[in-house]
Design a protein around this ligand. Sequence first.
Ligand SMILES: Nc1nc2c(c(=O)[nH]1)N[C@H]1C(S)=C(S)[C@@H](COP(=O)(O)OP(=O)(O)OC[C@H]3O[C@@H](n4cnc5c(=O)[nH]c(N)nc54)[C@H](O)[C@@H]3O)O[C@H]1N2
Ligand SMILES: Nc1nc2c(c(=O)[nH]1)N[C@H]1C(S)=C(S)[C@@H](COP(=O)(O)OP(=O)(O)OC[C@H]3O[C@@H](n4cnc5c(=O)[nH]c(N)nc54)[C@H](O)[C@@H]3O)O[C@H]1N2
Ligand code: SF4
Ligand SMILES: [Mo]
Length: 694
Amino acid sequence: MEIKNSVCPYDCPDCCGLRVHVEGRHATRVEGDPSHPFTRGTLCPKMAHYERTVHNDRRIQHPMRRIGKKGEGKFERISWDAAIEEIAARWKRIIAADGAEAILPYSYAGTMGIVQHGAGHAFFARLGASNLDRTICSPAKRAGYKAVMGDTRCAAPQEAQESDCIVLWGCSMIATDIHFRHDVEAARKKGARVLCIDTYETKTAQYADEFFCVKPGTDGAFALGVLHVLAREGLTDEAFIEAHVTGWEALKERRLPHYTPERAAAETGVPAAEIERFARLYGMARAPFIRTGSGYSRYAGGAAATRLIACLPAAVGAYARRGGGFLSSISGGKAFDRDIVHRPDLAKKGVRHINMCTLGNVLTDARLAPRVRSLYIYASNPACTAPDQNRVLAGLSRGDLFTVVHERFLTDTARYADIVLPATSSLEHDDLYYSYGHYTVERARAVIPPVGESRSNWAVFCALAHAMGIKDAFFDQTADALVEALIASADRAWELPVDKARLAACEPVELPLPAGYKMDFLTPSGKIEIENPRVEPALPDYIAPYGDAAAFALVSAPDMRILDSSFCEREELTREGTMVLMMHPADAARLALTDGAEVVCENARGAARFTLKCTPRVPVGRVVTEGVWWQALTKGGNVNRLTAQRLTDSGGGSTFYDVCVDVRAARCVWGRGDFAKNVETDKEGEDGYGRNPT
Ligand SMILES: Nc1nc2c(c(=O)[nH]1)N[C@H]1C(S)=C(S)[C@@H](COP(=O)(O)OP(=O)(O)OC[C@H]3O[C@@H](n4cnc5c(=O)[nH]c(N)nc54)[C@H](O)[C@@H]3O)O[C@H]1N2
Ligand SMILES: Nc1nc2c(c(=O)[nH]1)N[C@H]1C(S)=C(S)[C@@H](COP(=O)(O)OP(=O)(O)OC[C@H]3O[C@@H](n4cnc5c(=O)[nH]c(N)nc54)[C@H](O)[C@@H]3O)O[C@H]1N2
Ligand code: SF4
Ligand SMILES: [Mo]
């Protein structure tokens, strides 16, 4: 038995260091790496048995061609050569008839490693395929942060250890950023208060000292109300503002008078006295620290809300204090020149961009020119995780759409593929990882050989490049050669020397930060720009959510046991799963629904079926589901049957939580069915679920 270092590849801010026990061709055990500066040797429940994902019976072992109907999941085994040849032949025909833009790549963060995550970018750029704008997660938050803070580095999470007031804002820390708890605990031992702002009583809210429960999508109004109180009660740091902030006076004169605590209370549902209390706790703290998740930004006004939240630390001068600051998202990826992998220089001019949040419309809109004729999907499961699922499934069902899915498991998406290709897990390929929640980076080499005939993303794109007749030595490299080049690029990409020897040796490496980095405001003016003339509107204002004409606001939050739809393969994690809908007992009583009942949620886009859980953790007028479950684990469609393709104010982001639904009892009861059965019931439309608006 050998123990080797690796890195957790999932789309999680923690990016844990792993210690993998290897026996022959098998990983037998996975533990946390105690030498990792942020994750310190512990793992979340999902990764504690990563070997059960890697050596799972459900792993796709070899390439396959569809023999059943789309969505049915019937395939025959074919060879890699046959698969690559068929894809290349189809693509050549499509390019000849409609041009390369008729091919659309679709990928996201199934793996976060720089090489495997962006493995297709150079290939599809060279081909001239449609560009995909990867907007599904948090571009509104990024755009909002950038508008105020430019490229300013976020405070390191460890900074919070010295804070006396930590705000977890739309951040489900216990589910999604569990290792930050260590830093929060350290501060708490020294007397810090922990405040949580969310839409229902999450485990994180229960953990916090104070919980502020806002109406979904109203955080911008909450921030404005707090800023009003800070200004009114003289809790701002005028010297800091004078030296480091632009636009405070404009905000104070043109926005804050409209956002009295009473007005903010009307928008957010948080009583005025509570908003005042929050402002005082935050404003009187010596060194307040805000950690935002992205939940609050997946609404119509997601970018505006981020801009307004970013005004809080500016107003009280939190950046200047030891332990104070703002942690939105860390760009550890900037330590490396990712263009080495992405090769934007290969891109052809004028090629169209397609926003991934609008996949449903893009696939079903017959007027789109050219129509998308082929979809190549890797490291993502859009049939499950993309909004407006009925549209997405209608698109994926098109007989004239040639779909290739490169996957580890036969996901909801893979079932619609014409060709399925088996993908390696992170233990089977080489890569380099950075985090969006801390400043540690780490290299991982393959620690076991590929399971079955699986191949890495990079290996598949090299094979496709050759088959498409692309003659470029770039596609003759190994993934590890790209990792080496990335590591070497740290010299020019990061301003302080990175420990490349440790990095090369697969040890976790903390990126060095310049002293005083928190006060180094990397905006054109060198100041925090509350007012920014380069963005529209120059001065941020609250934007109300879209909503729908239906009774309940529906929030779909992260589930502790799975990560988006990843880990649905793990029976011990999902055994008790079926999608649960949480509702306040008073609402349930009003609708004559009982705990454990099967209920249907519906709106103009579709319907989905849930098991009801009555709980006062969810306020009246709201319902909450957790996790994005594979269809086979639901009782009839997952939550994305109900979500919309509408975009955020800026950044073109997803608005997953900006949704309303009506709720009623299901008319007939289905057991936790297999996939085929659920498809059947969809067709019958017995409960109206699976209703397809097209
Ligand atoms: N266990 C687990 N871990 C995960 C994931 C998962 O699904 N499960 N997902 C991964 C991914 S892809 C991401 S992007 C990250 C981060 O996941 P993110 O979604 O970016 O952020 P979270 O920290 O989970 O915070 C989401 C929280 O926002 C709350 N929320 C929803 N609407 C509002 C609102 O209007 N206002 C406020 N204040 N709060 C609101 C939700 O109730 C939820 O508790 O987590 C990753 N880690
Ligand atoms: N309703 C609702 N919907 C949501 C969310 C929500 O909170 N509510 N969250 C949204 C967010 S924040 C995000 S980021 C998206 C994420 O949505 P997706 O991008 O679909 O992410 P996952 O569901 O994790 O699926 C990733 C897939 O990649 C595969 N994979 C892993 N490693 C590799 C690899 O190396 N190569 C290949 N080819 N495949 C690999 C995994 O097997 C897995 O099936 O979901 C969004 N959808
Ligand atoms: S999913 Fe997140 S917390 Fe869990 S092991 Fe991976 S990086 Fe760590
Ligand atoms: Mo995400």
